[in-house]
Write a protein that binds this ligand. Structure first.
Ligand SMILES: [Zn+2]
Length: 69
């Protein structure tokens, strides 16, 4: 199975804030950086929140606002 093509750039649905995940960062946190789960682990570790149903993604500051309302 071919590996994932790092780096991955994610953008906040709400404010447009971007975060980049490199292979090195994924490998530091996840056992297998070529697993899609590795990306989830890194995003969660940074406080980013994903809404699978809606296909939305929030940066930490927007996630905070979303959770407190
Ligand atoms: Zn945001």
């Amino acid at each position: 199975m071919p590996g994932l093509s790092y780096p991955f750039v994610y953008e906040c649905t709400n404010c447009g804030e971007e975060t980049t995940i490199t292979r090195t960062e994924a490998r530091d946190l996840a056992v297998n950086p070529d697993s899609i789960n590795a990306l989830e682990i890194v995003l969660q570790g940074r406080g980013w929140l994903r809404d699978e149903m809606e296909g939305l993604l929030w940066c930490p500051s927007c996630a905070e606002g979303e959770l407190s309302t």
